[in-house]
Design a protein around this ligand. Structure first.
Ligand code: C2E
Ligand code: MG
Ligand code: MG
Ligand code: MG
Length: 287
């Protein structure tokens, strides 16, 4: 029966991810009015410096607690926003909220931490991004080096010429550029060389079976060697077990991320678990 229930949960989840047109329309209206309310929030997953074992910062991950439907899968929220012109305000909100949190960590003495924020393809393609990021950093009193922007490999390589121009301007400010889900897209090494990336983030598909699969070990080692040769940090995401962690550490990744090291949690829990400081609550009653 437990198995049956598990299957049902997956069926419901799959249904949600797909989403009918009617569902999308209703959800879209809800999402539009959720921006700026406590329904939308960021969770933070620690990024651990492999050599020292210390927290080096966090990745901000979007969460939408729908009043009726509960937690909506992240990918669905992003896809909805991208398809219906909501990505601009949503992306702005995420960037600002993440930078606000980083500022409060900095004020609490964590000057060496960095905040990683995911960018969607829409944001990257818009001509507004550079100006917006600069303004948000300035507004929150953050040096550009405190921010890392994560872009999925498939997005960045899709239109490498356009994206590399806007990424170059961001990188010139000192912002970190991370190629997310690395190994699952279609990187040409020539394009990779031209990108102003500062970091490669190995997709968790390669981490999953690292203990059993010689092939995955070879691939991870090759990505690490490639990243280091191009002067980039290499991060492993999705580490779930001590065994995987030990393996990955030995292979020489610079930063580690995954549930074994710390799940994505609210700012309050992050403070309790990792020593940061949570922001004071925002008064959402103001219009
Ligand atoms: P991502 O950037 O690759 O983020 C990593 C995902 O893996 C997150 O899923 C995280 O919760 C999950 N994760 C972390 N550790 C583990 C682990 O040990 N095991 C497993 N199985 N999973 C782990 P999440 O939060 O559902 O986000 C999914 C994707 O949605 C992200 O993938 C990112 O592409 C996108 N996303 C999330 N927040 C934002 C955002 O604010 N803006 C944009 N544009 N995209 C976002
Ligand atoms: Mg990411
Ligand atoms: Mg990733
Ligand atoms: Mg991923």
């Amino acid at each position: 029966h437990a198995q049956q229930a598990g299957r049902n949960i997956h069926a419901v989840y799959a249904e949600w991810m797909k989403g009918s047109v009617e569902q999308d329309i209703r959800l879209l209206a809800d999402l539009r009015s959720a921006i700026g309310t406590p329904q939308l929030l960021l969770h933070y997953q620690p990024r651990i410096h492999a050599n020292s074992g210390r927290v080096g910062g966090a990745e901000a991950l979007l969460r939408w607690r729908h009043p009726e439907h509960g937690l909506i899968p992240c990918e669905r929220v992003i896809r909805l926003a991208e398809q219906h012109d909501l990505m601009e305000p949503l992306g702005q909100w995420v960037l600002n909220e993440a930078c606000r949190q980083m500022r409060s960590w900095q004020d609490a003495g964590h000057q060496d931490w960095r905040i990683s924020v995911n960018l969607s393809s829409r944001q990257l393609g818009s001509g507004q991004l550079l100006g917006q990021v600069r303004q948000i950093l300035e507004h929150n009193g953050l040096h550009p080096s405190r921010l890392i922007l994560e872009i999925s490999e498939s997005v960045v390589m899709h239109d490498a010429d356009t994206t590399s121009t806007s990424l170059r301007a961001l990188a010139a400010l000192g912002i970190g550029i991370s190629i997310d889900d690395f190994g699952t897209g279609y990187s040409s090494l020539l394009q990779l060389k031209r990108l102003p990336a500062t970091e490669l983030k190995i997709d968790r598909a390669f981490i999953l079976a690292v203990e059993e699969s010689d092939e995955d070990v070879v691939i991870i080692s090759a990505i690490i060697a490639l990243g280091h040769a191009l002067n980039m940090d290499v991060v492993a995401e999705g580490i779930e077990t001590q065994g995987q962690r030990t393996y990955i550490e030995r292979l020489g990744c610079d930063y580690l991320q995954g549930n074994q090291l710390g799940q994505p949690v609210s700012a309050e829990s992050f403070m309790r678990l990792h020593g940061g400081v949570a922001l004071p609550a925002v008064d959402h009653s103001e219009p």
